[in-house]
Design a protein around this ligand. Structure first.
Ligand SMILES: NC(=O)c1ncn([C@@H]2O[C@H](COP(=O)(O)O)[C@@H](O)[C@H]2O)c1NC=O
Length: 196
């Protein structure tokens, strides 16, 4: 099954996978406290505005570190609102609604999640027909297509590296790259899986 991009978040671990039929020549790179999706050196040029973006950021908030992850440019305003002290629910809902679903041929939903240092995790999506933001108590998935409402997901990983490789290896089709994040005693760790 092809579900496009997807996010999984549980109370301790989060992950994001880029799956793509149309733009497979992409990779993740780490820059400061952000993981960025961008084209590989051999990728054909494109003017599609939705295929390069920060997909994961770890920020300091008034209540400790929080990770924000998702499938597009909304990850930045979510992270910035968290830094300002917005509750995660509000940072997700306001940023998803402000940017709204993507105006491409598929009305691609925006998906996102947050993982707080205090143990709070939330997941959300904005589709053409809905805005959903939920607190989660167990690993939960939302994807751009088919699996486009949050549902429980069997994620066994308990480190960032395991989370990235577990979602990269998942049977959902057209894996391109994946990011993982996990809470540790020293703060959040992140990991990249580019399949190479
Ligand atoms: N975030 C991404 O990495 C991303 N990759 C592709 N898209 C959008 O989704 C459309 C469909 O892409 P695909 O056929 O690869 O699933 C693309 O035309 C593009 O508008 C994306 N936008 C949202 O998921």
């Amino acid at each position: 099954m092809y579900v496009g991009r997807f996010v999984v978040v549980g109370p301790e671990v989060g992950a994001y996978r880029v799956s793509s039929r149309s733009f497979p020549n992409r990779q993740l790179t780490a820059r400061d406290e952000a993981l960025t999706v961008g084209p590989t050196a051999d990728a054909p040029e494109t003017d599609n505005p939705y295929v390069s973006y920060n997909c994961l950021r770890v920020v300091d908030t008034p209540t400790g570190e929080t990770a924000a992850l998702g499938n597009g440019s909304h990850v930045d305003p979510i992270a910035e609102k968290l830094e300002l002290g917005y509750p995660a629910r509000d940072a997700l809902a306001e940023s998803l609604l402000a940017l709204d679903y993507e105006k491409d041929d598929y009305d691609t939903p925006r998906i996102a999640a947050t993982l707080g240092g205090d143990g709070e995790a939330l997941i959300g999506t904005v589709r053409k027909d809905a805005l959903l933001v939920e607190t989660v108590e167990e690993p939960t998935l939302v994807a751009t297509y088919e699996e486009d409402s949050p549902r429980a997901f069997d994620l066994e990983a308990d480190s960032a590296e395991e989370a990235a490789s577990e979602v990269y290896d998942h049977e959902f089709e057209h894996a391109v790259c994946a990011a993982g994040v996990a809470r540790t005693d020293e703060g959040f760790e992140t990991a990249i899986e580019n399949g190479d």
